[in-house]
Design a protein around this ligand. Structure first.
Ligand code: CP3
Length: 367
């Protein structure tokens, strides 16, 4: 018997149904970065682990922090606690998170020799991620589905070339425009690596997978399609469609991607994630016939008092429009989320107001 056949049956399938454009009795909600520093219990577990990577590489502690937001809020999905940068770390780039700073690579890709030496990682180096997936899936015990994830080939390349976060993407765009051959090499290695990484998460128990193209939106029109979208499509083409008799929906989130919705509508995936600059009703008219939509409240709404949060939640739900309620056939569906990750300065009780407002108001819209 494989480990995964022992998993408990799913009790709340609202999120997965919405991924497949099936009617649900409320709009499912989860939040990007729902496990993180805005929760004091996360900060405490991270302190026990000693560092962010200490936490991410320890399946037991990664399980604990994945479940923390679910203990507080009636969220409709869990997301693996890890980071997109584990993949370039396993490629030998040497990831570290200095306290109070963002991520940093000791060996960024700065010259032709480094780029040519790049190969997809040995998945054994990422065993801790797959072990965390299985451990989280067991601990969830069928409560809600578990989402696995990866960065997109382009978003990973940004960090791999810049060596850290960037304001202007000068180094990675210099390479893209002056040595497109090198950039294409990085992106095709990344696409192989990401596909293998997501497939291993699916085999370990992930019930949906999400590709974070956080920096796709910094690219020029035309360049985005060739250097980001084309490689996301390569990843999607290699993903397992099914595991343990369950179909695995695939979500693609491109921050700033709303202007390329018609191109993104052609991707072979089930769900498109949108940031707060997009209008959900417009997106529904353009791609809602084939894609579920995920998003897209501005995370800064969470700094306002609960009354204002409830009003903004209603406005996002209403911008999507009349919910699909016909159980006999698929239709346009919405998965509520933020337009980007939750801020570390968010008051935890404001998150409770948001989640409750999504459930309440989306039920009212169906009544
Ligand atoms: O959503 C979740 O709860 C799952 C966990 C998750 C993390 N990172 C944990 C994390 C996910 C899905 C990510 C994805 C990720 N990581 C992205 C794509 C999504 C996005 O936000 O655009 C990116 C670009 C990264 C890279 C990364 N990791 C950065 C830029 C940082 C530092 C930023 C910060 O908030 O300090 C990280 C670190 C990180 N990854 C933290 C968490 C909770 C905070 C680190 C800490 O605890 O000290």
């Amino acid at each position: 018997m494989s480990a995964s056949t022992a998993f408990a049956p799913l009790r709340n399938d609202t999120f997965l149904r919405a991924c497949w454009r099936q009617a649900t009795d409320h709009t499912p909600v989860w939040l990007m970065r729902q496990a993180g520093r805005y929760l004091p219990e996360y900060v405490a577990t991270r302190a026990r682990a000693g560092s962010f990577m200490g936490l991410a590489t320890n399946p037991e502690l990664a399980t604990e922090v994945t479940l923390q937001p679910l203990e507080r809020y009636p969220l409709d999905a869990a997301i693996l606690f890890s980071d997109i940068l584990t993949v370039p770390d396993a490629m030998g780039l040497g990831l570290s998170f200095a306290a109070g700073e963002g991520p940093r690579f000791a060996h960024p890709l700065r010259d032709e020799a480094a780029v040519k030496a790049l190969v997809a990682p040995d998945l054994n180096k990422l065993r801790y991620v797959f072990d965390a997936v299985t451990s989280i899936r067991r601990a969830l015990n069928g409560r809600v589905p578990l989402i696995g994830f990866s960065g997109s080939p382009w978003t990973l390349a940004c960090y791999m070339v810049e060596g850290a976060g960037s304001d202007d993407y000068r180094l990675v765009k210099s390479m893209l425009y002056s040595r497109p051959d090198l950039m294409h090499h990085i992106l095709s290695v990344n696409a192989q690596a990401v596909a293998a990484y997501l497939n291993a998460q699916i085999e370990a128990g992930a019930q949906a997978v999400m590709i974070f193209d956080s920096w796709g939106g910094v690219l020029a029109d035309g360049v985005f399609q060739r250097f980001s979208l084309a490689y996301t499509a390569q990843v999607l083409a290699q993903l397992k469609r099914e595991h343990d008799g369950q179909k695995i929906p695939r979500i693609v989130f491109t921050k700033g991607g709303g202007i390329w919705l018609d191109d993104m509508g052609g991707l072979d995936c089930e769900v498109l994630g949108l940031d707060w600059t997009a209008n959900l009703g417009d997106a529904r008219r353009r791609v809602g016939g084939t894609k579920a939509l995920q998003g897209n409240i501005d995370p800064n709404v969470l700094f306002a008092p609960p009354e204002a949060i409830r009003a903004e939640v209603a406005s996002v739900l209403e911008s999507f429009g009349v919910p699909h309620t016909d159980a006999s056939q698929p239709g346009p569906t919405h998965i509520f989320n933020l337009g980007h990750g939750i801020s570390q300065f968010t008051p935890p009780e404001h998150v409770a107001a948001l989640v409750d407002a999504v459930h309440e108001h989306s039920r009212r819209l169906r009544a």
